[in-house]
Design a protein around this ligand. Structure first.
Ligand code: CP3
Length: 358
């Protein structure tokens, strides 16, 4: 009897489950009508409404003003009816809150005021005030939770310590990230000092996000694949795992580590509830390797969204849906973020194909 009551409560008036519930069920490997969908980098410059705001405000201003961050977060949800909203922000707000300011160069890429280059630079980084300095994120998330209510899922995120360290040591986005790699290989003790600080800062930051009521958090390890498979666990995996353990299972954690799928065992044992699968991985093969209690997120190539036609996007989307048919716990996403050249008609074709799938 109790079960029946609960099931009825989960249904929206038109007898469908809400996007938020669809996301939350899939995140826990429970059956749903069709996979929920959201897209990495869904908020941003593929959208004309975002570009319009960019004429008035800089990227960092959009991140730091809670009202504007809320608006940019909601833009793709309004336009495409996605199942989850991801906070409009950046992984680089953590280094910034630790004392390393940055800006987005309108010619492309990000630039920090200085690069972390020595032990002394690492010692100067502040962990204690990170949450307080990121109060604008807390405000934005609270406003978003109130706005989205029970209708749409809300996601928080962070960069992994390794990925953050690669940016912090270059002081910018660069063609080749070699300095963190060099430090890890030549002076691992000093690298660990940096990773430890980042682990503490990221843990506190995600705990704050969770307290605002986000449904899940994603850890972006975008530069995990720069490591040799034998180095991955020590330089990156181990710190991510520690963060996940520190969160104590309060919300599902999505672990998206790009280019590290040769390290299956490490990813499966990371403690994450959901593994982000990158676009270079065969989903049908991944499905065989990943145990049934872990959900899978992915993995259409963003290149299709920028380069193909709506017909091709629909066909490629169906292939991914079919590869996951019958396995509870699939969250549809791209296999990496939307690129600036993403075509709106292709995003629309992708979302419609997933929504019509049964
Ligand atoms: O997914 C979302 O829509 C939420 C917003 C979001 C942004 N960045 C907005 C953004 C998220 C989740 C990120 C994460 C992020 N930031 C990552 C990990 C994800 C990935 O793609 O691997 C990384 C590596 C960064 C660091 C970063 N931010 C770089 C290197 C750059 C410049 C290069 C680029 O891709 O533009 C940014 C800027 C940035 N972050 C933009 C957006 C919308 C572009 C700003 C603009 O064009 O106005």
């Amino acid at each position: 009897m109790l079960l029946i009551t609960l099931n009825l409560m989960e249904l929206a008036p038109n007898n469908t489950i809400s996007p938020r519930l669809r996301f939350n069920r899939a995140a826990r490997c429970r059956p749903v009508d069709r996979p929920p969908i959201w897209l990495m980098r869904q908020a941003g410059r593929a959208l004309p409404e975002y570009r319009q705001l960019k004429e008035k405000y800089t990227f960092v201003q959009l991140c730091q003003n809670p009202e504007l961050a809320v608006e940019v977060t909601l833009q793709p949800v309004r336009r495409f009816g996605l199942d989850a909203a991801i906070l409009f922000s950046d992984i680089l707000v953590i280094p910034e809150a630790m004392g390393q300011k940055y800006h987005f160069k309108e010619t492309g890429g990000v630039q920090m005021d200085f690069a972390v280059a020595s032990k002394a630079d690492i010692e100067k980084l502040s962990v204690e005030r990170v949450v307080e300095r990121l109060n604008y994120v807390e405000q934005a998330l609270k406003m978003l939770r109130a706005e989205l209510g029970d209708q749409t899922a809300l996601l928080g995120f962070t960069g992994s310590p390794w990925t953050l360290a690669t940016f912090m040591m270059e002081g910018a986005s660069v063609p080749k990230y070699s300095r963190a790699l060099q430090l890890f290989r030549e002076d691992s003790k000093t690298y660990y000092a940096l990773a430890e600080k980042l682990t503490a800062a990221v843990t506190a930051y995600l705990q704050m996000q969770i307290a605002t009521g986000v449904d899940a958090v994603q850890i972006f390890d975008s530069h995990g694949g720069h490591l040799a498979p034998t180095e991955f666990q020590e330089a990156s995996g181990r710190w991510t795992n520690q963060i996940i353990a520190n969160l104590g299972g309060k919300v599902p954690v999505i672990n998206f580590s790009l280019g590290t799928h040769g390290n299956w065992r490490d990813l499966i044992n990371s403690g994450a509830n959901i593994l982000g699968i990158d676009w270079q991985t065969d989903l049908a093969e991944a499905r065989k390797i990943i145990p049934a209690h872990l959900a899978m997120q992915g993995n259409l190539s963003p290149v299709h969204i920028a380069e193909s036609t709506p017909e091709v996007v629909a066909a490629e989307t169906k292939k991914i849906l079919e590869a996951m048919r019958g396995r509870p716990g699939h969250i549809f996403n791209l296999g990496h973020g939307l690129t600036p050249g993403a075509k709106l008609e292709n995003i629309a074709a992708l979302v419609e194909t997933v929504k019509n799938y049964r």
